[in-house]
Design a protein around this ligand. Structure first.
Ligand SMILES: C[S@@+](CC[C@H](N)C(=O)[O-])C[C@H]1O[C@@H](n2cnc3c(N)ncnc32)[C@H](O)[C@@H]1O
Length: 240
C-alpha cells in the first residue's frame, strides 16, 4: 500500500473490473484497489464488490481518490465488426456517455479506457508492443489528468487474444495456441480465455498509474486540465 508520511492510502476504484487486468497494473503502481463488476469475481485478486456500476451513487464514489472505468465496448470494437460480418450477435451496450457523466459528477480524477474507434475525449493510446508484450491490443485512455501515451514498436508477429484460440484471421493474424501463451502475452497469469479476451494488460495501467501517482504527489489544482468538459473541483486525497 502506498503511503505518504503514514497518513494516506491512494484508493482507486476500478469500475467494470472484470478479472482484474487493469486493477493489477494500478495495484503494482501502489494504489489500494477495489473492483466492481456484475460477474462473480472469483478470480479477481483485490477487494471486490459485485454489483451494477450504473446503480452506484455519488456518496459511494466519494470514498475513492481515483476512479478507472472500462465500460463494455462491443459497440466500437473491431472484433464486433468481425462478429457482425460472421452473422453472430452480441449485445450493443453503450455506457460510455453515462459513465463519463457519472465520473464528472464525482469530481474525482478519472480514467476511461476503451477500444480504438470509441468516442473518447482527447485520449492517449497504448500498445502492448511498447511494453515488450506480444499482444498489440491498442487501447485508448481518456482522463481529466494530463496523461502520456506510448509509441508502437511492431517488430514481432503479434499473438492475438480475441475470438477463439488457434484461429487464423483473414488478413494474416493468428490467435494464441494455448491458454498459457495467451496469459503470458497479456501478463495476466490467473485468467481464463474468456476473461483474457476482455481484459487489458496490467502493463498499461501500471504505466498510467505511475503517471497519476506522480501527478497526485504534486499540488492538485495545477494538475487539472482546464478545458470545458474536464473542469473539476480540486482533487483531494482520502484520509485514513
Ligand atoms: C471490457 S470488460 C473489463 C475488463 C477489465 N478492465 C480487465 O482489464 O480485466 C467489461 C466488464 O464490464 C462488466 N459489466 C458490464 N456491464 C456492467 C454493469 N452495468 N455493471 C458492472 N459491470 C458491468 C462485464 O461483466 C465485464 O466484466
Amino acid at each position: 500500500m502506498w503511503q505518504q508520511a503514514g497518513r494516506y492510502a491512494i484508493k482507486l476504484l476500478d469500475l467494470f473490473c472484470g478479472v482484474g487486468g487493469a486493477s493489477a497494473g494500478y495495484a503494482e503502481a501502489g494504489f489500494e484497489v477495489t473492483g466492481i463488476d456484475l460477474k462473480h469475481g472469483k478470480r479477481y485478486p483485490y477487494t471486490y464488490k459485485r454489483g451494477n456500476v450504473m446503480a452506484l451513487d455519488l456518496d459511494f464514489l466519494q470514498q475513492f481518490d481515483v476512479i478507472h472505468a472500462s465500460p463494455p465496448c462491443q459497440t466500437y470494437s473491431i472484433t464486433q465488426h468481425l462478429r457482425n460480418a460472421q452473422g453472430k450477435s452480441t449485445s450493443k451496450l453503450d455506457l460510455l456517455k453515462p459513465v463519463r457523466d457519472m465520473l464528472l459528477q464525482s469530481g474525482k480524477p478519472y480514467i476511461i479506457e476503451n477500444v480504438k474507434g470509441a468516442p473518447l475525449l482527447d485520449p492517449v493510446q497504448l500498445c502492448g508492443s511498447s511494453f515488450g508484450l506480444t499482444v498489440r491490443r491498442h487501447r485508448l485512455f481518456e482522463s481529466n489528468l494530463p496523461l502520456t501515451g506510448s509509441l508502437c514498436n511492431h517488430t514481432v508477429r503479434p499473438v492475438g487474444v480475441y475470438g477463439s484460440m488457434r484461429d487464423e484471421i483473414p488478413g494474416g493474424g493468428k490467435t494464441a495456441d494455448t491458454i498459457e501463451q495467451a496469459r503470458q502475452a497479456m501478463g495476466i497469469e490467473w485468467a481464463l480465455w474468456g476473461e483474457l479476451v476482455e481484459a487489458i494488460p496490467p502493463a498499461y495501467t501500471n504505466f498510467i498509474g505511475l503517471q497519476i501517482m506522480a501527478l497526485l504527489n504534486k499540488s492538485y489544482p495545477q494538475n487539472r486540465k482546464t478545458c470545458g468538459q474536464h473542469a473539476q473541483a480540486p482533487f483531494k486525497l482520502s484520509t485514513i
